[in-house]
Design a protein around this ligand. Sequence first.
Ligand code: AMP
Length: 398
Amino acid sequence: MKILVINCGSSSIKFKLFEMPEETLISYGSVEKIGEEISIFKYIGKTKLEKKIKIDNHQIGLELIANTLLENEIKNIEEIKGVGHRVVHGGEGFEKSVIIDENVIKKIEDYIFLAPLHNPHNLSGIKGCIKIFPKSTQVAAFDTAFHTTLPKVSNLYAIPYSFYEKYKIRKYGFHGTSHRYVARRVSEIMGKGKYELNAITCHLGNGCSITAIKNGKSFDTSMGLTPLEGLIMGTRSGDLDPGVILYFLERLNLDISEVSEILNKKSGLLGISEVSNDFRNLLPLYNKDEKVTLAIDMFCYRLKKYIGSYMAVLGKVDAIIFTGGIGENVPLVREKSLNDMELFGIVLDLEKNKEIVGKEGEISKDSSQVKIFVIPTNEELRIAFDTYQLIVNSGFNQ
Ligand code: AMP
């Protein structure tokens, strides 16, 4: 059964086509810079394409993807039985992936106020695909779903309770599909049932978050009401004293959009290094440029602080897992965030850590009580799997 997975961002669409349940990747690609003068379309499947053309909106981008699939991989549109969509914010409404109907669309619209930068684009992907693939089952997989198991002690902010009751202001957490995917993979590797694993999963990519998983369920996570809380990220500050925002507003007279721009787009690795938000540009300058070195050291220090606090929260930890572009490819970050933690039963194998780059592997010493893994994330496969299962369970299988 062919399942298409779609991830619509503000100016991009990423897609992967799978044959399920075999989990075979048939083709994948992206449309980037939608709405700009020149957009970029990349496709890898039976043919390999890279085109620079103008793509005005998501709908046109989706049509281009569908036509390219028709030219290369499928004979007709109906061959695609399911389309799985990544949706960032599912609020308190969705504990797992669901088949999309009008009610689901309405709820995703209702949660736009919690994720104004993400949910509207996810919705344009859904609405576009309903037009292009009218006979396919459309499924929404929520970044927040895995974290609906957070207990109140970890998901509430210590502000007046009425703000939660009236406005649902609380920690929701994100990257749930990735945290869940890597945790389930390590359960398999360690031969444990999925509800037997205690783990700390570190998703370090453009956005970064870390999750404490207790008995296979999310117990605490670093991102909050929005993806701004927690670890230092490429351009986002992560945790900071809310007093800084008051200072920006009251003393510096910045307006709200300026404050949002600073915290979301100009902070993090970029803000401290004043060079780049991308580790690939920063690494060659480590120990050469003072601010770049500080940015990387701060990134690792914050990560280490979270790992330590989640060790305390979980008590017993089977595994620490690194994933995402940085987690998978930067041994320096893994080394600096785990050094001197023998007291916690964490012993990194420095040689293995250097070897395992961009691939799956265990990087702890045999003597380490806590096993350490690098697991390349595959959110799309997880979404394809959910989509496939929902189709089969609901009897839509043809
Ligand atoms: P993601 O959001 O998971 O695609 O991660 C993207 C980020 O990972 C980039 O901004 C880089 O900082 C980092 N990254 C990706 N690939 C590499 C690499 N080969 N070496 C170092 N950093 C990388």
